[in-house]
Design a protein around this ligand. Structure first.
Ligand SMILES: [Zn+2]
Length: 428
């Protein structure tokens, strides 16, 4: 009998080590030099990057792949997107949402994206989206970890039945408590919504992830309340603020007080660079604000930051391919994370940092971890961001779930090489 079910040989790990990975069942059984071992199947990853899977900490599976239904977002703003989603959710069905979500999960698997935190709208008396995504969570469980956030998208207080429906969604098994304080009618209601929702999470022992201050208004300061309530309720390390775009526009003195409070509360931050660069600053002339939150400044204060995808082909964003490297690529540019260490960190922000935000157990490329990994046609993490390359193989919980043949370009140029790969290492 073979020692391993599967061995991935000769790959370069994100930390630069070259190692074989031996898999037994759904676990990594050994990492190191496994020459001479026997296995049911061997995948040669020599020269290629072998990474733990990509993780997306912020998505909307109930709305994905609906672009153009019933119409497109003409102004390109968050608020028109919310109105458009209201039209769509009135006419969509559970089956149709399941189909769209499963199709997106297929895309995700093909890109090595094997864990997704998705918000699900709870401002709907039928809770169609909740029913659909709970079904999808079970369907994809053998290969993709889906974490659902109860998201009262029309406002916890602004929508008259949001509270009852959000509690019902949590009773049905939704994992995380969400919110949208900047969409409530007043700053005071926004503050009260953060307080009430954090109390629900504390009572039920759940994580919190709020859309927070997704606005260019520098006085939108709900993140301050989120940090305060996290501290007051003992939720340190269990709360994330998504977007936080108002921080881009805030007064610097105020931010110098805010960042230590966020760090003290153990808040995580989830900027969504593809969407924030598209939605924010729409009311500006020039100079036009970019609207991405203060990523490097947060990291300098020890605040965990992960890049999120947020949207693909939906009322808010018309593009997207489930490639977390697209997200890292945009984030790197907008946050100007261009030193070698910062570029490298952008890769961690779509893998290990996001896994920590989701509290994913047994994540990583160590003995005993879940045998989930992706083999990329790149030499290292920075090259992966630059190329956003093919995923040559994706392994989920011990099973090969996606494969793609290496796809080099063939040149027909006199005196030039016949094959071009666009890989490049310093000095070569
Ligand atoms: Zn969102």
């Amino acid at each position: 009998m073979a020692e391993f079910d599967l061995i991935v040989t000769g790959g370069t790990l994100p930390d630069g080590r070259v190692a074989d990975i031996g898999i037994r069942g759904d676990r990594i059984a050994a990492v190191g030099d496994l020459g001479g071992s026997t296995a049911g199947r061997v995948i040669d990853a020599t020269g290629d990057l072998v990474s733990p899977p990509f993780v997306d900490p912020h998505f909307h599976l109930d709305a994905t792949l609906s672009y153009g239904t019933p119409r497109i977002n003409a102004s390109g703003t968050l608020l028109e997107g919310i109105a458009l989603w209201g039209e769509l959710k009135a006419q969509t069905t559970v089956d149709e949402m399941v189909d769209r979500a499963l199709a997106y999960c297929d895309w995700a698997v093909s890109m090595g994206l094997l864990a997704i935190r998705s918000h699900v709208d709870t401002c709907d008396d039928t809770l169609k989206g909740v029913e659909a995504l709970l079904h999808v969570r079970e369907r994809v469980k053998p290969y993709l970890d889906l974490q659902l956030v109860a998201f009262p998208q029309d406002g916890f207080f602004r929508d008259p039945t949001a509270r009852a429906n959000t509690l019902r969604a949590l009773d049905m098994g939704v994992d995380v408590v969400g919110g949208i304080p900047h969409f409530e009618r007043t700053m005071e209601d926004g503050r009260a919504s953060v307080r009430a929702l954090c109390e629900i999470a504390a009572d039920r022992g759940l994580l919190v992830d709020m859309h927070c201050d997704e606005t260019d208004d520098p006085l939108s300061r709900h993140v301050e309340t989120l940090a305060y309530e996290t501290q007051r309720l003992g939720l340190q390390g269990r709360v994330a603020g998504s977007h936080l775009t108002s921080m881009h526009s805030m007064d610097n003195y105020y931010v110098s007080k805010l960042l230590p409070l966020m760090a003290e509360a153990g808040l995580a931050a989830i900027p969504n660079p593809l969407i924030n660069i598209v939605l924010q600053g729409r009311h500006d002339s020039y100079p036009k604000r970019r609207g991405l939150t203060r990523v490097k400044e947060m990291q300098a204060h020890g605040i965990r930051v992960g890049w999120g995808q947020d949207c693909v082909r939906d009322p808010w964003y018309s593009l997207g391919t489930a490639d977390m490297l697209d997200v890292a690529f945009m984030g790197l540019h907008v946050a100007q994370m261009t030193s070698p260490e910062e570029m490298r960190r952008c890769f961690d922000m779509v893998t290990v940092e996001n896994a920590a935000i989701l509290h994913l157990p047994d994540y990583g490329l160590h003995e005993g971890a879940l045998a989930s990994l992706v083999i990329l046609d790149a030499g290292d993490p920075v090259e992966a961001i630059r190329l956003r390359p093919d995923r040559l193989a994706v392994i989920a919980k011990g099973r090969v779930v996606a494969e793609k043949a290496r796809n080099d370009s063939h040149l027909s140029l006199d005196g030039r090489p016949a094959r071009v790969r666009r890989r490049h290492r310093a000095g070569e």
